[in-house]
Ligand binder design. Structure first.
Ligand code: PXL
Length: 270
């Protein structure tokens, strides 16, 4: 059986719950062969980020080119890109290698408040990377920064989605996790139609890495040949189960359970 392949271009989380570690675990669980180009190394655990060490542009370019010249990829996921120089390099490389199925997770701030993206880089994200995105997957605070809107109502979310589509993302997902209340709505926009998935909020502090995991699950699903809508549904199921069966690891915001989706599928077959 020929496996599909995905590349994550993102930061490393030493605690294993977010960043490239979450991405590679998610790719694996969805049957996709995972590869990585590391943009920054973070020293962090479930209590927070202690330090951030961005990689040199040369090191990032060499990792991407090494993958491109030999292996290629069926999908890309971008996560923490740290500054505008890294964003411009990654955008240039995606164009140069003519890659498709690009999931852009516009990572900005870690759960504990540490900055994973310089303020100056927001413009580069909008000018260079989002226009290449098959799908961009902000949470509500990220969508606010990207659009300048204050997002309170569902109409605000839809307006933000329209704006992000107009700057070039083919599809826009606005994740509902940061909304208020017990009912959570994730929104997908394809440029003409809105599609939503409703779920109940799961009450736990162990949600570290959910954004990374969601975007990685979308990238793996696109690599597997699914439509964007089906990839959105799969990513939602994957993250919902990962939070529901979270591992309670560490003393702070613990990671989610990347095994849960495949384990539930296996149990359903028996
Ligand atoms: O979830 C955002 C994120 C992305 N990438 C890295 C991170 C985090 C959150 O902590 O550490 C490397």
């Amino acid at each position: 059986m020929k496996r599909k392949i995905a590349l994550t271009i993102a930061g490393s989380d030493s605690g294993g719950g977010a960043g490239i570690q979450a991405d590679l675990k998610t790719f694996q669980e969805l049957g996709v062969y995972g590869m990585s180009a590391i943009t920054a190394v973070t020293a962090q655990n479930t209590l927070g980020v202690d330090a951030v060490y961005p990689m040199s542009l040369d090191a990032i370019e060499k990792q991407i080119d090494a993958v491109a010249t030999d292996i290629g990829t069926d999908a890309i996921k971008t996560g923490m890109l740290f500054d505008s120089a890294i964003i411009e390099l990654v955008a240039e490389k995606i164009k140069q290698h003519n890659w498709k199925n690009i999931v852009v997770d516009p990572v900005m701030i870690a759960k504990g408040g540490a900055s994973l993206l310089q303020k100056e880089a927001v413009v580069a994200l909008k000018e260079h990377l989002i226009p290449l995105a098959t799908v961009v997957t902000p949470n509500i605070p990220e969508a606010e920064v990207l659009t300048g809107l204050s997002i309170v109502t569902m109409e605000d979310r839809k307006e933000a989605a329209i704006m992000l589509h107009s700057i070039g993302a083919k599809y826009v997902v606005i994740k509902g996790g940061h909304g208020d209340g017990d009912d959570l709505v994730d929104l997908l926009y394809d440029g003409s139609v809105f599609y939503t998935i409703d779920s109940k909020r799961l009450n736990t502090k162990n949600t570290h890495g959910t954004g990374c995991t969601f975007a990685a699950a979308m990238a793996a699903s696109l690599a597997n040949g699914m439509s964007v809508r089906r990839s959105f549904e799969t990513a939602k199921d994957f993250v919902y189960l990962a939070i529901k069966h979270n591992l309670n690891i560490g003393k702070g915001h613990g990671p989610t359970n990347h095994w849960a989706y495949a384990e539930e599928k296996a149990a359903a077959i028996q």
